[in-house]
Design a protein around this ligand. Sequence first.
Ligand SMILES: C[S@@+](CC[C@H](N)C(=O)[O-])C[C@H]1O[C@@H](n2cnc3c(N)ncnc32)[C@H](O)[C@@H]1O
Length: 235
Amino acid sequence: MTAQELPPPLPAATVTALNRPDGTLHTTRTRSWNGWDLDVPPGVFRPGLTSEMIADRVLSGEIETRGRRYLAMGCGLGLEVVAAGIRGAGHVYAVDVHPASVETAVRHHDRLAGPGGCTGIVADLLDGVPDGTVVDVVTFNPPAVSVRVAEDPDVVRNVCEGAPLLDRFFAQLAGRDVLAPGGEVLVIASNTADLPAIVRSAAGHGFDAGLVLRHDWGDGVLTHLFRFTRSGGAR
Ligand SMILES: C[S@@+](CC[C@H](N)C(=O)[O-])C[C@H]1O[C@@H](n2cnc3c(N)ncnc32)[C@H](O)[C@@H]1O
């Protein structure tokens, strides 16, 4: 899949209207998923349907973590972290720049999947992930929306850092040995983000994009689940 095959970002006014904050981010909320009720502390992203598209696939094994070392980048509440624990991941790393998100994801993992299999790491992308950490699979539901939909830095962190965040992420992945040979990186984003820029960034840092899934929500939003692997196969 090349950048030219992807839709351009939706108009800024449409993106803003689709991502208008509901004003509850700094309160304690709840989220139910897979029969579990999870508390969502202040500042932690409350997962939406896009989050479930990753978490459901981790739970089912369509994104396989069983027996594999798994890193949930930008884990937030950690639905995918819990899913990997239940699935039987070899080890789970729950990574987020937001300390309360890391603490919450690990807590939910330990309660629902059992203690011991998950390490929480507060890090700016991979910058802060300890040297020697090696994983087979990474998922990332990034705050890739292309328009600043609010001034609140916590909304920006959760929703709209934009494509430059992904460029830094791929640069770090290329510059470090965190991803094992043959490892895969699953990234989900829609045309509320600059999808061509994301795929160009990945290619520029030596990663090929495969399209796992394209979902049309019927309102102009097209969500894409990409599988990035190192160009030229395993190394
Ligand atoms: C859209 S939310 C996704 C949360 C969760 N994975 C989900 O799918 O519901 C994006 C997450 O990325 C985190 N994040 C933003 N910038 C980051 C960075 N530089 N490094 C690590 N995590 C970051 C946010 O704190 C937030 O938890």
